[in-house]
Design a protein around this ligand. Structure first.
Ligand code: COA
Length: 381
């Protein structure tokens, strides 16, 4: 019997990394609301990659390892520079450039072909450390600025979240902005067998390598039904804002969207049919940023909330984490085309944890298809 479309409801394997259920998202035993309130991204990264809450010494060492691994090879910097015209012309978007940069990192990694547990963990740390450097330097290329601290990949006193913002802008972020970014990275870090993670596991299960699995995962995350939804949600909200400026209400825009059976980006979820509780956590923090920035960003959140209310009251469909993420990153002044890349700077930890788990207890992932094509044809008529 064929599985339901999109493998909905199919349990595709075991994992000890994460559990996703309506109202409870657990990373290795810890609920996401607890982690968002009390942990840092580096602690969560350690938890996912190494498997337990770090002690103070373990965390210090892990942070130092990440800082040491931030610089990217000259060949990757050269590639980012060469990608400037492609980004400008639109033949490539940041997620495409990030994907190629990660593939190139693999070509240059002395352990690229070694898929032992030790090598996989070392490569996971390197990839996690270098992701903000690639994203930040890519943004500097886009903005026509000098690269920010290319020799070190940032400021060693800054954590992952603050350094990402620093590399992207050349400005050191406030403690409040840093915390908002940090929480968004915690919320995005892991989500069991989502499309990109499943992609990484399928690749890993052929005994392919870490960089290859992550390269494939980036391609899967890019799509607007998955990680690309945070960019798509913000683009959609810009449309609603233009409409609202003219009509002083949003119901008309929503009526048209419903009539056209349009998918509203940042709404709905395959598992969280009654709402994604990560969304509430990020929405609250994002609104605080908006209030600090000024009336235009508050207006964005006001309009976003109206869309949300109409969608839940009239369709029973709730926002997922990408919806407040779009508004939050926009309020922080982050360029929209980089939102999904920032998602990668977080989800890299989940992907790497899954690749390691797959390699540790591997069986080729190879389902079968239900053939619905013709039979009985002959080549010569
Ligand atoms: N906007 C409008 N309608 C939506 C919707 C959305 N964002 N999400 C789901 N629906 C509707 C579907 O059209 C469908 O209606 P129907 O039964 O009348 O045909 C119903 O809700 C069930 O949706 P379905 O597409 O079967 O759910 P799914 O589990 O396949 O889809 C998503 C999950 C995430 C792909 C889907 O909700 C979506 O496309 N959301 C927008 C993209 C997004 O935000 N992705 C990020 C996910 S974290």
């Amino acid at each position: 019997m064929a599985a339901k479309g999109g493998l909905e409801g199919i349990t595709a394997g075991d994992t000890a990394i994460c559990s996703v259920e309506q109202g409870a998202l657990i990373y290795r035993g810890y609920e996401i609301a607890d982690l968002a309130a009390h942990a840092t991204f580096e602690e969560v990264a350690f938890l996912l990659l190494i498997g337990h809450q770090p002690s103070g010494d373990e965390l210090d060492q892990f942070r130092a390892e990440l800082v040491a691994e931030r610089p990217i090879p000259q060949q990757v910097t050269d590639y980012l520079r060469s990608a400037g015209p492609m980004l400008k012309s639109g033949t490539a978007v940041p997620m495409d450039v990030l994907r190629t940069a990660v593939s190139l990192l693999g070509n240059l990694d002395p352990q690229s072909q070694d898929i032992s547990a030790d090598a996989n963990l070392a490569k996971s740390k390197r990839l996690t450390a270098k992701m903000p450097t690639i994203i930040g330097q890519m943004q500097n290329v886009i903005d026509g600025r000098d690269l920010v601290e290319p020799a070190t990949g940032g400021d060693a006193t800054l954590g992952h979240a603050a350094n990402l913002l620093y590399l992207m802008t050349g400005q050191k972020p406030s403690a409040a902005r840093t915390r908002v970014m940090d929480v968004s990275l915690i919320l995005y870090a892991e989500h069991d067998y989502n499309a990109s993670t499943f992609t990484s596991r399928v690749i890993a299960a052929t005994m392919s390598d870490m960089h290859g699995a992550v390269t494939g995962a980036i391609a899967a995350l890019k799509g607007s039904l998955h990680g690309g939804a945070n960019e798509a949600a913000m683009k959609m909200l810009k449309e609603v804002m233009v409409y609202e400026a003219e009509h002083h209400e949003v119901q008309g825009w929503m009526d048209t969207a419903f009539a056209e059976k349009r998918k509203l980006m940042g709404f709905g979820h395959r598992v969280y049919k009654n709402g994604d509780h990560r969304a509430g956590i990020l929405h609250k923090l994002g609104r605080e940023v908006a209030e600090e920035v000024g009336p235009e960003m508050v207006r964005l959140f006001d309009i976003g909330e109206q869309v949300q209310t109409i969608m839940s009251e009239q369709k029973g469909i709730f926002p997922n984490v990408d919806y407040p993420c779009g508004m939050t990153y926009f309020s922080m002044g982050i360029p929209v085309p980089q939102y999904t890349s920032i998602f990668v700077a977080s989800r890299i930890t989940g992907w790497c944890a899954h690749v390691m788990e797959q390699h540790a207890n591997n069986r080729l992932i190879r389902p079968i298809a239900n053939y619905i094509g013709p039979n009985d044809l002959t080549w010569n008529g």
